[in-house]
Design a protein around this ligand. Structure first.
Ligand code: ADP
Ligand code: MG
Length: 487
């Protein structure tokens, strides 16, 4: 007999752990020298190993191990210096070997955590249970022919890591904060391009609910293959409500694997636990266990770059910028790379920060591109900023005329291009003084207003003088001269 629980009066909490698959950006595959690049024509990147021809033997790509260690260190994991590969046996058309090489019993990294920052500024620690290495499978193409399915094995053997979190996630917001930070980290460490659209980062979400205050976990369902942060959120929200409804109707959650329909925003069953595959894991006899020497591990540790959070802290201390600005710089790998390239050439580094986060960002937004696609090189931008800081050119002329001109004059210095465009500020005080007189005569009523205390009209005078000077004057200097004249 089942009793109906009045769910309106019982509050539930969401519990979730994620399994995040990250495609590593090595040049070759995990067990062969085939290219691991995305976007080739079907079956261009296949050798005997990818095809699983009889007798073909896998050989481990060392770079894959190095990249997994780097992400493990960034996620505060213990590195398992002795680990090995297992075979996960199942039948599928895009898996010619009949098994996937993965790690079941001895993941390369374990027991880590990541502190994610939530919208309200609070930090939440999410445990990382393990990170293991594995190969990707090929791809079945069902839409090429009316009668047949085709198989493309380019992806077979592309290296993946799977990051498995503890069931520490309590909301869709925490899940998306975690994924956002992991995507930043893999990019920052040059471990993966983190591109969710192309499937370089995808995730399965395990979701259960329990009554508020309960310390026991409920039965979980696993939503497979979520390919955007938005869909992770939507799947979690849908599952949370669905499970509450099942329990409210006196039902039980059955442990199962679910699909997510991105069009409808709903989940539907793929298989239950009873129908689950028995993968018959066992150590792969074709591969040696991996042994990571102290020496190599230390080498990798000392080559680790500072992580975005540390960089942000340093930036706050060094340049006196606020936390939000520092995070904007530190979290965007391309922007930070650009900043570093320009940093040594610019005289005032705080100016560089202001330009990058202000005018340049606005300009890029307008063009709809990232800094990686910006045609002005870091050293050119540094030169332009120096010219503005030295009051040799106005900020407006720099932005509107000099920067675009530099794109087509890559070999000339910023100063020479500014001179050719006649943008250099003329230090001709007499000329400026004449312009000021002209403006003050023309705007006589405003001059009277100024004298009777309406100091706000000063901006009008400066603007008009600047127009006459064709922008080639220093606004501060004009302003000082006008104030002097009107005393
Ligand atoms: P299995 O080996 O059966 O897949 P794991 O221990 O590897 O189980 O867990 C898989 C994922 O499920 C992990 O991310 C874990 O955090 C998550 N998980 C485990 N129990 C629950 C639960 N009750 N509710 C939500 N997520 C859970
Ligand atoms: Mg699992």
């Amino acid at each position: 007999m089942s009793t109906k629980i009045a769910t309106e009066s019982v509050a539930f909490e969401l519990v979730s752990g994620l399994e995040i698959h990250v495609q590593l950006n090595t040049q070759s595959k995990i067990f062969s020298s085939d290219s691991a690049a995305f976007g080739a024509k079907p079956n261009e990147h296949i050798s005997a190993v990818s095809l699983a021809l009889p007798g073909a033997l896998p050989k481990l790509n060392k770079e894959v191990v190095a990249k997994a260690i780097r992400i493990g260190l960034a996620l505060n994991c213990e590195i398992n210096q002795h680990n090995f590969f297992d075979r996960k046996n199942y039948f599928y058309a895009d898996l010619p070997k009949g098994y996937q090489i993965t790690q079941d019993n001895s993941p390369i990294c374990k027991n880590g955590y990541l502190n994610v920052v939530l919208a309200n500024g609070e930090e939440k620690r999410i445990g990382i249970n393990r990170i293991h290495l594995e190969e990707d499978a090929g791809k079945s193409l069902h839409d090429q022919d009316a009668k047949y399915s085709y198989v493309d094995l380019n992806r077979a053997g592309v290296p993946l890591i799977e990051i498995v979190t503890e069931p520490d996630i309590r909301s869709a917001e925490e899940a998306s904060a975690l994924l956002t930070e992991i995507r930043q980290l893999v990019r920052h460490l040059n471990v993966s391009d983190g591109n969710m659209e192309e499937g370089s980062l995808r995730c399965d979400a395990n979701i259960s609910i329990r009554e508020n205050g309960s310390t026991e976990f409920g039965t979980r369902c696993e939503v497979k293959n979520l390919n955007s942060i938005r869909n992770v959120r939507r799947a979690m929200e849908f599952e949370f409500n669905r499970q509450i409804e099942v329990i409210g109707n006196g039902g039980k959650i059955i442990q199962s694997t679910l699909n997510f329909d991105a069009n409808k925003g709903t989940t539907s069953p793929m298989r239950t636990k009873e129908e689950a595959n028995d993968y018959r894991y066992f150590p792969d006899p074709d591969l040696q266990p991996i042994s990571i020497s102290d020496e190599w591990l230390n080498e990798i540790k000392s080559a680790m770059p500072a992580l975005p959070k540390e960089i942000a802290k340093q930036l706050v201390a060094e340049f006196g910028i606020n936390k939000v600005e520092a995070n904007m710089l530190a979290e965007d790998t391309d922007l930070f790379t650009y900043f570093n390239a320009a940093k040594t050439k610019v005289n005032n580094q705080k100016s560089l920060v202001n330009w990058l986060l202000g005018s340049i960002r606005a300009l890029l937004n307008e063009e709809g591109i990232g800094i990686g696609a910006y045609k002005v090189k870091p050293n050119q931008l540094a030169d332009v900023i120096n010219l503005v800081d030295d009051k040799k050119i106005s900020q407006q002329n720099a932005l509107q005329q000099l920067l675009p001109a530099l794109v087509i004059n890559q070999n000339k210095t910023a100063e020479s291009v500014a001179a050719e465009l006649n943008l250099l500020i003329v230090e001709d005080n007499d000329a400026i003084s004449e312009f000021i007189d002209e403006v003050l005569t023309k705007y006589n009523p405003q001059v009277e207003a100024y004298k009777s205390g309406k100091k706000g009209v000063l901006g009008l005078f400066v603007g008009e003088v600047m127009k006459l000077a064709k922008g080639k004057a220093d606004a501060k200097k004009i302003s000082d001269l006008i104030i002097e004249k009107l005393k």
